[in-house]
Design a protein around this ligand. Structure first.
Ligand code: FPP
Length: 258
């Protein structure tokens, strides 16, 4: 079940589910793809089987987001904390990333999807770092949608790096402390140039941000979906956008109709 607000629930109780045709896509959707491990464990499978199934959802959701007119889709694929998982699982995930970058780039190119990575690549295995650069280059002409993959991403570390970089520039006399603005910090983040997410969606029923896009989520709408990520499909994405369309985004101002 989706995390509907009472207003959204009232709408669906009235039997007015908007059709997919009525959807106004958010410009940027970011997803915490949670629940792969539980999906697998429930079926008596190893956790990596859940991640493999999760890759199917990545394909489905990327394609559907592009069709619906979403311009940026960010997927949280590996956090700075995920290195603490068992060795086998980390290796299995790295193999999945290799597989995805080797096999899927052609599809992304043919669909006009550009790929971009956020996070700290320097701790990723070297061959994966090369594949990341190649994938960004190969898909750089894609103008339909940007797929942002968060790999070795941690929001606090990203903010600390930005603060350190700006203080170095102040110390070097390149800028003054008056130049340390919100825009200057945003420019130093790995998401520089990417608009803030309009919607952050997390699957599997957990309701937390887990060090994901903390700075960028200042005015983001949140949606928590009970489904595990491998069960999340095109229809789930459409339902999420319907829920988003029924939200009233005020950015600290008053209601438009008031
Ligand atoms: C969280 O579920 C999921 C991950 C840490 C990995 C997500 C990775 C993929 C779906 C693989 C491919 C992705 C790309 C973009 C190529 P969990 O393992 O924490 O689930 P649990 O909470 O049930 O244990």
């Amino acid at each position: 079940m989706l995390g509907f607000t009472s207003k959204e629930k009232a709408k669906s109780d009235e039997g007015i589910p908007q059709g997919a045709d009525d959807l106004t896509p958010p410009q940027h959707i970011a997803i915490i793809m949670d629940g792969n491990g539980r999906w697998a464990t429930k079926r008596g499978l190893p956790r990596i089987a859940g991640h493999k199934r999760g890759l199917n959802s990545v394909r489905k959701v990327t394609r559907e987001a592009k069709i619906l007119g979403v311009k940026y889709l960010t997927l949280f694929a590996f956090s700075t904390e995920n290195w603490l998982r068992p060795r086998d699982e980390v290796h299995g995930l790295m193999d999945l990333f290799r597989f995805y970058m080797r096999r899927e780039c052609k599809t992304l190119v043919s669909e006009g999807v550009r790929i971009r990575f956020i996070g700290d690549p320097s701790e990723m295995p070297e061959d994966i770092q090369r594949l990341m650069i190649e994938a960004e280059e190969l898909t750089s002409d894609g103008h339909e949608m940007t797929l942002v993959v968060a790999l070795n991403y941690g929001s606090r570390a990203e903010i600390v790096r930005a603060a350190a970089r700006l203080s170095e520039r102040v110390a070097a006399g390149e800028i003054t402390s008056a130049d340390v603005t919100e825009a200057a910090i945003s420019d130093e983040l790995t998401t520089s140039g990417i608009p803030d997410p309009d919607l952050i969606l997390r699957t599997s029923g957990e309701q937390r941000l887990s060090n994901f896009l903390l700075w960028q989520a200042a005015y983001t709408e949140f949606l928590f979906v009970d489904k595990h990520w491998p069960d999340f499909d095109q229809t789930s994405l459409q339902q999420a956008i319907i829920a988003y369309n029924n939200r009233d985004r005020r950015f600290g101002a008053i209601e438009k109709t008031a």
